[in-house]
Design a protein around this ligand. Structure first.
Ligand code: PLP
Length: 418
C-alpha cells in the first residue's frame, strides 16, 4: 500500500460524489445532509466511544458527549412529540432488532406486511433471529393499504404480541386507529416502522402514529428525515427502560459523530421541517400526476396516487429491474421494487421514486413536470440515453445547494477535503 493507493481511493469517492451530483437522485430512502451535519460527521467524535447511559458511561472522556446527548434528547422529544426517544440504533434495521428484542420473547407472534406488500426484510430477519413467528398482515391493492377487514380476522386468530405497521412502500397513511382497536381486543402492542416517513411525521405532513394509538415507533434518520444515516425509536414513557437496555446491549458503540449530526438535523427540522415536508409531498403528488398523464402506470390512482414522498409505477413488461437500469443509464437513480402482483419478492415489477432529496435541493412542482418528461423519454419513447443524460445533467447544474438549512448555499455534492 502506498500514498498512490490512498489517492486512488479518494479519487473513486470524488468521482462518485461528482457523478451523483449530476444525477436526479430519486431513491426514496436517501437524502443530502447540510454542511453543518457533514461537519459533525468528520469530527473527532467519530473516533470515540460513549458506552452506557447519559452521565453514567463505562469509559471516561465523555463530558462533552453527555452535554451533546442532553441537547439531542430534548430536541428529539420536541421534534417527534414523543415521551421517550432512543437514538442508539445505528440504522432502521437495528431499531427493529431492538424493538423485537425488547418487546417479544421467542415463540411470540408478530404481524406485519410481507415484503411483496411493502414490508421490509428486517421484519422477517429480526423475527428469525429472535425466534418470533411473523404472520403477514393482509393488504388491499385497491386501497394500496392494509386491509383492515381481513386484518381483523388475522389478529383475532393469531393473537400477536405486536402488530407492526409501516412499510418500505408506503403511499398512504396506515390505519393506526383501526388497528389500535383490534389490537386492544387481544392485548397486542401496536408499533409502527416509520423508516421512510419519519421526516414527514416530524414535519406534520403525514399521520402521527404515536398520537393515533401506536405505542412504539422505529425509524431511520436519513430518508425523509434529512439527518445522518442512523436509527431511532420513539415511544411512550412506560417503555423507556426496556428499549434503552435492549439498545445498549445490542448496539454497544452507537457512533457519537452520528448523534452530533442528528442533533443538528433536529434543529434544522424544528426550523424548516414543516415547509420542507409540505413541499416533498406536493412534489410527489405532482410527479405522480404528470407520470400518469404521460402514460406511465402509476399505482394508487383511485386513491389520489400518493400522500407520502413516494411514487410507485408498474414497469413495462413488469420488469422493474430493466427499467431501473435504463433510468440509471439516463442518470435518473431509482429503485426496482416488488409489487403485490408479484409471485416472489425477486420479481420486482415496479419502480419506486422519492421526492425528498430533490426537494431539499429546492425543486418545486414545475420541476416535477420536467422529470416526468425525462422518465417518459426513457421508459416509453426509449430515446437514446445519452441525450436524456445530457438534459438531466443540465437540469441538475441548477440545483447545487442544500435548502432548509441554517447556512444556505451549501454545495450539496461537494467532496470535502481537510
Ligand atoms: C420499512 C423499513 N424499515 C426498515 C428499513 C431499514 O432501514 P435502514 O436502511 O436504516 O437499516 C427500511 C429501509 O429502507 C424500511 O423501508
Amino acid at each position: 500500500m502506498s500514498m498512490r493507493d490512498v489517492e486512488t481511493i479518494k479519487n473513486i469517492v470524488r468521482e462518485h460524489t461528482s457523478w451523483r451530483g449530476s444525477c436526479l437522485n430519486m431513491i426514496a430512502s436517501e437524502n443530502v445532509a447540510s454542511k453543518a451535519v457533514k461537519e459533525m460527521l468528520i469530527s473527532d467524535l467519530g473516533n470515540r466511544y460513549a458506552i452506557g447511559f447519559l452521565h453514567n458511561r463505562f469509559y471516561s472522556g465523555t463530558r462533552y458527549v453527555d452535554e451533546l446527548e442532553g441537547i439531542t434528547t430534548d430536541l428529539a422529544k420536541k421534534v417527534f412529540k414523543a415521551e421517550h426517544v432512543n437514538y442508539v440504533p445505528i440504522s432502521g434495521t437495528m431499531a427493529n432488532l431492538v424493538l423485537f428484542n425488547a418487546m417479544t420473547a421467542p415463540g411470540d407472534v408478530v404481524t406485519a406486511l410481507s415484503v411483496i406488500d411493502g414490508g421490509h426484510a428486517s421484519f422477517r430477519e429480526t423475527s428469525k433471529i429472535h425466534g418470533v413467528s411473523l404472520v403477514p398482515l393482509p393488504f388491499s391493492m385497491d386501497l394500496m393499504n392494509i386491509d383492515v377487514g381481513e386484518a381483523e380476522k388475522v389478529i383475532a386468530r393469531v393473537k400477536p404480541k405486536i402488530v407492526l405497521l409501516g412499510a418500505s412502500e408506503i403511499l398512504f397513511p396506515h390505519p393506526v386507529r383501526e388497528i389500535r382497536r383490534l389490537a386492544d381486543e387481544v392485548g397486542a402492542i401496536v408499533a409502527y416502522d416509520s423508516a421512510h416517513v419519519l421526516g414527514l411525521i416530524a414535519g406534520g405532513t403525514f399521520q402521527d402514529p404515536l398520537k393515533e394509538g401506536a405505542e412504539l415507533v422505529t425509524g431511520s434518520t436519513h430518508k425523509t428525515f434529512f439527518g445522518p444515516q442512523g436509527g431511532i425509536i420513539l415511544s411512550k414513557g412506560r417503555f423507556a427502560s426496556e428499549i434503552d437496555n435492549a439498545a445498549w446491549q445490542l448496539v454497544n458503540n452507537h457512533h457519537v459523530h452520528r448523534v452530533a449530526g442528528l442533533s443538528v438535523a433536529l434543529a434544522e427540522f424544528l426550523a424548516f421541517g414543516k415547509e420542507y415536508t409540505a413541499q416533498v409531498v406536493k412534489n410527489a403528488h405532482r410527479l405522480a400526476e404528470e407520470l400518469h398523464d404521460v402514460g406511465i402506470d402509476v399505482l394508487g390512482a383511485k386513491m389520489g396516487f400518493t400522500r407520502s414522498h413516494q411514487v410507485i409505477f408498474k414497469a413495462p413488461n413488469n420488469n422493474g429491474d430493466a427499467t431501473a437500469k435504463r433510468l440509471e443509464d439516463c442518470y435518473i437513480i431509482t429503485t426496482k421494487t416488488p409489487l403485490p402482483i408479484d409471485k416472489t419478492e425477486e420479481d420486482c415489477s415496479g419502480v419506486r421514486l422519492g421526492t425528498q432529496e430533490i426537494t431539499r435541493l429546492g425543486m418545486v412542482e414545475d420541476d416535477m413536470a420536467k422529470i416526468a418528461g425525462f422518465v417518459k423519454r426513457t421508459v416509453i419513447d426509449r430515446e437514446d440515453p445519452m441525450a436524456i443524460r445530457a438534459d438531466v445533467r443540465n437540469m441538475m447544474a441548477g440545483f447545487r445547494a442544500v435548502n432548509f438549512a441554517f447556512e444556505s448555499g451549501d454545495a450539496a455534492y461537494k467532496y470535502v477535503s481537510i
